[in-house]
Write a protein that binds this ligand. Structure first.
Ligand code: FAD
Ligand code: NAD
Length: 477
């Protein structure tokens, strides 16, 4: 390694690899250190591509096809023979998708002239970086800039120690060799709902234990209420206010002990997924004298532009404050590099979308009605269901709604909340509107294509002022 690098990125997840690519585009000489070995091979793409966003969505799609074939094709007059699922093939397909994408990132780095250093990186004093390769000698690099992007790992709880056999985390839950008959899930968060849905669709009886007394408390109340109803109807047994006090493994079974409404209970499962959140991962990343400040929760302390306490060193993604989302990590990586290059780039943290990829999907951007009120806005809202949308009815996708939250005095749009077909894409209309500081009237005045799911967006905007066409609205403006 005689080369001198302008920038060394530690971590090749979505945050790190996008930062590396943008830096190469801007003319920097870049190295990206990544230590992940996935299924026996060094692999780029981080949690997201290897064991997160992508494999979970592959399984969500496979399991959706299975459920749809059994329960909904008949509605279209289509009859099939006996429907079976080959779990090994489904997992192999997921692995292939992962392999394609992680291989693609390796190609992108190569094509951009970025050196992928396979092994472990550590920030030393004086902004130097120690690189311990999988093979060969340790080297010390002296780049002008460093980006720390080492991501996050699942939170463990002592009452349910993960053994990746009977008690698994999200990574183990992507690899069940057969459908567990009885599946327990601790945590009714994003992972619990997505992976719980995968295995329920394939035939598991799923019980989800949520310690808090509310379901998805960060979401708009109208959304969380409707979403809980829909998921429960689908067969997810969501137990709110259920505090797990212990687990016991007996042979091939695991007993979950929990307390709900003051009553001690227990239930036996074939598998248990623990998904109670993730925590920043900085193990071995920083020498004691590296000069980087951590928060009391283990995140690296950064300013709004992801600069750390040490000049020339940035930290991004799950390793720093804010939502643990791939798109947030990516934009921070690009912003950090652009800042290094002297551009006044920034991330608008107010318009980062949230999505839960169940079926129907749930997605939102901006403020919930409750947050808007708490922030002192005089609030007006409009909500419109997919149940009277022609496209949704034609497709048999009539569950859910679009809701807008707006400021009653200024008409400024504050938030959008969607449950329904393609919510993950539809919500981007709200994101763009928020970015452009749109009023509700802006949306009302636009012509939406017919017949589309997006017409519900238009109707919800009209509903804010009692003007939805396909509803009998009492309040009018
Ligand atoms: P990571 O992706 O965690 O990448 C960090 C990389 O750094 C890792 O590969 C690690 O091996 C490497 N590393 C760590 N320390 C070192 C070191 N010292 N030297 C070298 N390399 C090191 N987010 C979404 O937006 N949408 C989704 O649908 C979604 N689904 C998810 C599903 C699951 C099951 C999980 C677990 C997560 C999901 N997420 C999703 C979250 C998303 O995966 C993360 O927010 C995202 O991966 C964070 O990116 P990152 O670059 O900060 O870190
Ligand atoms: P989460 O924070 O979304 O949900 C964890 C849930 O577990 C919460 O509802 C919490 O109240 C509950 N909980 C915590 N401790 C508990 C306990 N002891 N007993 C019972 N319940 C308990 O975390 P997650 O689902 O593990 O996901 C981790 C991260 O990964 C999230 O931050 C999320 O942003 C990201 N992720 C995103 C997506 C997506 O964007 N679609 C998908 C998967 C994961």
């Amino acid at each position: 390694m005689s080369q001198q690098f302008d920038l060394v990125v530690i971590g090749g997840g979505p945050g790190g690899y996008e930062a590396a690519i943008r830096a190469a585009q801007l003319g920097f000489k870049v190295a990206c250190i990544e230590k992940r070995v996935h299924k026996g091979k060094p692999s780029l793409g981080g949690t997201c591509l290897n064991v997160g966003c992508i494999p979970s969505k592959a399984l969500l799609d496979s399991s959706h096809h299975y459920e749809d074939t059994i329960h909904h094709l008949g509605d279209h007059g289509i009859t099939t023979g006996e429907v079976n699922i080959d779990i090994a093939k489904m997992l192999a397909r997921k692995d292939k998708v992962v392999e394609n994408l992680t291989g693609g990132v390796a190609q992108l780095l190569k094509g951009n002239g970025i050196e992928w250093l396979q092994g472990t990186g550590k920030l030393l004093a004086g902004k130097k970086v120690e690189f311990v390769p999988f093979e060969g000698e340790t080297q010390v690099l002296e780049p002008k800039y460093v980006i720390l992007a080492s991501g996050s790992v699942p939170v463990n709880i002592p009452v349910a120690p993960v053994d990746q056999d009977l008690i698994v985390d999200s990574t183990g839950a992507l690899e069940f060799a057969e459908v567990p008959k009885r599946l327990g899930v601790i945590g009714a968060g994003v992972i619990g709902l997505e992976l719980g849905s995968v295995w329920r669709r394939l035939g598991s009886e799923v019980v989800v234990f949520e310690a808090l007394d509310a379901f998805l408390p960060m979401a708009d109340k109208a959304l969380s209420k409707e979403f809980q109803k829909i998921l429960t109807k689908q067969g997810l047994d969501i137990r709110i206010g259920a505090k797990v006090s212990g687990t016991e493994v007996n042979g091939r079974e695991v007993t979950v002990k929990y307390n709900q409404a003051g009553e001690d209970k227990e239930q036996v499962f074939d598998k248990l997924i623990v998904c109670v959140g993730r925590k920043p991962y900085a193990e071995g990343l920083l020498a004691e004298d590296a000069g980087i400040k951590l928060t009391d929760r283990g995140f690296i302390e950064v300013n709004d532009h992801c600069a750390t306490s040490l000049e020339g060193v940035y930290a991004i993604g799950d390793l720093v404050r804010g939502p643990m989302l791939a798109h947030k990590a990516m934009e921070e990586g690009v912003m950090a590099v652009e800042r290094i290059h002297g551009h006044a780039a920034q991330v608008n943290y107010d318009t980062i979308i949230s999505v839960i990829y169940t079926h129907p999907e749930a997605a939102w951007v901006g403020l919930t009605e409750e947050q808007a009120v708490a922030n002192g806005h005089e609030v007006k809202t409009g909500q419109f269901p997919f149940a009277v949308n022609g496209r949704a009815l034609a497709a048999g996708e009539a569950a859910g709604f679009v809701k807008f939250v707006a400021d009653a005095k200024t008409d400024r749009l504050l938030g959008m909340h969607v449950i329904g077909p393609g919510a993950s894409d539809i919500v981007h209309q709200g994101m763009i509107a928020l970015e452009f500081v749109s009023s509700v009237e802006d949306l009302q005045l636009m012509t939406f294509g017919h017949p589309t799911y997006s017409e519900v967006v238009h109707e919800a905007a009209l509903a804010v002022d009692g003007r939805a066409i396909h509803a009998i609205q009492r309040k009018r403006k």
